[in-house]
Design a protein around this ligand. Structure first.
Ligand SMILES: [Zn+2]
Length: 305
């Protein structure tokens, strides 16, 4: 049943990798009271000590300070990831590593600033910034659970709208592969679009068979290499899950003012790849006019009618 009802982002993954887990501390800063006081007390604890003892004590104190600062920095980073981002929406059985990855990805999204947004972006999301994206996501996705989403190596997440349309499910694949952060962000925003009951959850369209790219190569999932011909992994509108999420990511590539070059490069790669899934000639053209006016014609050549 789930296989039929799940709306998943069919983004294939080519190579396995590892991903990091959030370290959790029982005590937020991970320090005992003695450790916290060590610096203050060390150089002064024996006023009768000779200078060599004092020097040694100061060295120990400095070492301790460095150590404590490193521990505090790690703890603060952990806390900022565990902080208010997506609080209270995970099921208890979603593993800490998956929750942590998702929170870290959304913390990155939350920080995004941009100096412009395309017309389609304005229409779907509003201005391009972290606040807009977080509002968009959290007004749609109210719960996050763990599921296999029908199985398959390329399925990272899904929405099962006829069970609970405002719940997104993550699969263990979400943290299994060494995917760029922007790719995971695109996946979860793709899924968030499938929660929209008033839009009949934005069903996918069936990809053509054969399905060739602009260079006449078979279109395959970017990550698994699975041929997409004949699969329900395309869109006929700029506003569906593939369209809206690639418009978001392409805007991040073009207009983000505080993203690294690596993030922008990944954003361009994944957006351009997803554009191939927009198979309706008018929808394709609309996105091309919105975001690819300055791009090589090969990416945006007119689709046959
Ligand atoms: Zn989908």
């Amino acid at each position: 049943m789930k296989k039929i009802l799940a709306f998943a982002a069919l983004i294939g993954i080519a190579a396995a990798g590892t991903t990091w887990n959030i370290r959790r501390h029982d005590s937020p800063l991970g320090l005992t009271p003695q450790e916290k006081c060590a610096l203050r007390d060390a150089p002064h604890d024996d006023l009768s000590a000779d200078f060599s003892d004092l020097r040694q004590n100061m060295k120990n104190g400095a070492r301790k300070l460095t150590h404590d600062l490193a521990a505090e920095k790690t703890a603060r980073a952990t806390l900022s990831i565990q902080g208010p981002i997506l609080n209270g929406i995970f099921d208890a059985d979603v593993p800490a590593g998956i929750q942590g990855q998702m929170r870290a990805d959304m913390a990155f999204i939350d920080d995004i600033q941009a100096n412009a947004a395309s017309a389609l972006h304005q229409k779907i999301f509003g201005p391009a910034n972290g606040r807009t994206y977080m509002d968009f996501f959290t007004s749609r996705v109210k719960e996050i659970g763990l599921d296999d989403c029908g199985g398959g190596p390329g399925v990272m997440a899904c929405v099962q709208p006829y069970t609970n349309h405002s719940k997104m499910w993550l699969t263990p694949n979400f943290v299994k592969y060494d995917m760029p952060q922007i790719c995971r962000a695109q996946i979860v925003f793709h899924e968030s679009r499938h929660t929209e009951k008033k839009n009949s959850y934005w069903h996918h369209a069936t990809c053509p068979d054969p399905f060739k790219d602009e260079n006449d190569n078979e279109v395959r999932g970017k990550v698994t290499g699975t041929p997409m011909a004949g699969l329900a992994a395309c869109d006929e509108t700029p506003y569906g899950s593939y369209g809206s999420s690639m418009i978001m990511v392409k805007n991040i590539q073009k207009f983000c003012t505080n993203c690294t070059e690596k993030i922008k490069m990944d954003a361009g790669i994944y957006a351009d790849d997803t554009l191939r899934r927009i198979i309706d000639p008018d929808a394709h053209k609309e996105i091309c006019e919105d975001l690819y006016r300055d791009a090589p014609k090969t990416i945006c050549k007119e689709l046959p009618r």
